[in-house]
Design a binder for this molecule. Structure first.
Ligand code: AMP
Length: 117
């Protein structure tokens, strides 16, 4: 039985609109629909094989490295690199992951507290 597409796969396939700020063959970045800061972008690999950080391993280090290079470039382009920003990947229920497609929140444009809630 085919598994249902996640909302992110539907964005990748252009079935639903998103405010896309970056795209290449391997990954995509778009603004979060419920932003938690002035800058809140989700950066995702396009593959559906990585559902969370639990699926990251030696076979996909190049892809994940690429995703982080994109995050670094976007932080600069979106104007948060200098003052600082946060990159978050919620993994699993305790971390409040809601979409089972690996994604990194790039959040900036305001100060953050530590520890997180
Ligand atoms: P997480 O809770 O870490 O799994 O993050 C999922 C994120 O996806 C949340 O911050 C949502 O606001 C965001 N989100 C859900 N649907 C969409 C959408 N259609 N476009 C952009 N962001 C979305």
């Amino acid at each position: 039985m085919a598994t249902e597409k996640t909302i992110f796969k539907r964005i990748i396939d252009k079935e639903i609109p998103a405010d896309v700020v970056y795209e290449d063959d391997l990954c995509m970045a778009f603004r979060d629909v419920s932003p938690q800061a002035p800058v809140h972008v989700l950066v995702i690999p396009k593959t559906t094989e990585l559902r969370s950080l639990n699926d990251v391993n030696e076979n996909n280090v190049e892809l994940i490295g690429h995703v982080f290079c994109v995050i670094r470039k976007l932080a600069k382009e979106l104007g948060v690199a200098e003052d600082g920003y946060r990159v978050v990947s919620n993994c699993g229920a305790n971390a409040c992951q809601t979409v089972p497609h690996l994604h990194f929140h790039l959040i900036g444009g305001r100060g953050f507290a530590w520890p997180p809630g």
